[in-house]
Design a binder for this molecule. Structure first.
Ligand code: GLV
Ligand code: GLV
Length: 320
């Protein structure tokens, strides 16, 4: 019997084809609907490889049910949706898809920053509603990006790629990270700050840190209170890094100026989320890595990782 691979979402046929030649590939045949948990529990039972996406909560129970499981290939750079400790305990390799999405995610981060600063999506929706009735001296006015100070929290690969873009806009780049990036400081003039100092100085605070026990709720009411009244918060990492209730209060009371969010505590974000009722919030449906080329490259990495582990080679992107 060929080893079974279970893929939790419909993927591109060209990328799945080489796996089908050697393995018994089963796939949840929807592109937009996540696999129901009972189906996943049943499918994982005899699978040797599991191909997951970030909306799959691969917890202890699922890993435990995968008696033959050798690899979980998560099609994302973040892997907080996988219980890593449980995977380790059961000798299941976990891989992710870094690098190929770095520039794409940095592009989206900068697009969201510009869009939030200049209220692009709000202005567009006003035009479409027929509310653009005349040029207005202070209508749709926002914040300047060029020459402003950006503060990047989480200076990984994506953080550095955002910082390079910021330099092109003549911005001062501050960053906070677990480790100092001396090389990047020397090469590009990025400046390290403690978290509180960064929050006080930055015009744009950009969150690019992975979601871990240490970063959960990192930005709460105390941190938001340190930010400038004119500051903009951008989150493209994970919703849980920000306390959404505290963010709502800060935006409602205008103690910060605006926020641009690609991620939420609960995704897809329920329309009742009070943040969606605020005019000074720009929202996107978690599309950081969503370019055609990059999503296909992420699929390629996942297919290769599964091929490697099932053929007893070390995969390229094993996490932790
Ligand atoms: C997306 O959020 C990712 O982690 O790749
Ligand atoms: C995180 O892994 C990053 O690439 O920034």
């Amino acid at each position: 019997m060929k080893p079974k691979i279970y893929i939790t979402r419909k993927m591109d046929e060209r990328i799945v084809a080489p796996l089908q030649e050697k393995f018994d590939v089963r796939m949840w045949e929807s592109e937009s609907e996540p696999v129901p948990r009972d189906v996943l529990l049943k499918e994982v039972a005899d699978a040797e490889a599991l191909w997951t996406v970030i909306s799959d909560q691969v917890d202890h129970e699922i890993i435990e049910a995968g008696k033959k499981l050798k690899i979980i290939a998560n099609m994302a750079v973040g892997y907080n949706n996988i219980d890593i400790a449980a995977a380790k305990e059961h000798d299941v390799v976990v891989t992710n898809t870094p690098d190929v999405l770095t520039e794409t995610t940095a592009d989206l981060t900068f697009a969201l920053l510009l869009s939030t600063a200049r209220q692009l999506t709000f202005a567009e929706s006003e035009l479409r509603k027929g509310n653009w009735t005349s040029w207005s001296p202070m209508g749709y006015t926002g914040m300047d990006v060029g020459g402003a100070t950006i503060g990047i929290i989480g200076m990984g690969r994506i953080g550095e790629a955002v910082a390079r873009r910021a330099k092109g806009f003549n911005m001062d780049v501050l960053y906070h990270n677990r480790n100092r990036k001396h090389e990047a400081e020397a090469a590009h003039g990025f400046e390290y700050r403690e978290l509180d100092a960064l929050l006080k100085e930055a015009d744009f605070v950009v969150l690019l840190t992975p979601y871990t026990k240490e970063t959960a709720g990192l930005i709460g009411s105390r941190e938001l209170a340190l930010m400038k009244k004119t500051a903009v918060l951008i989150n493209v990492s994970r919703g849980g890094i920000v306390d959404e209730a505290a963010l709502y209060t800060a935006l409602k009371e205008n103690t910060i100026w605006a926020a641009g969010l690609d991620v939420f505590e609960t995704e897809p974000v329920p329309l009742e989320n009070p943040l969606l009722s605020l005019p000074n919030v720009t929202v996107l449906p978690h599309i950081g890595s969503a370019s055609i080329k990059t999503r296909l490259a992420m699929m390629e990495l996942n297919a290769q990782a599964i091929m490697d582990v099932l053929e007893e080679r070390a995969p390229k992107n094993q996490v932790e």
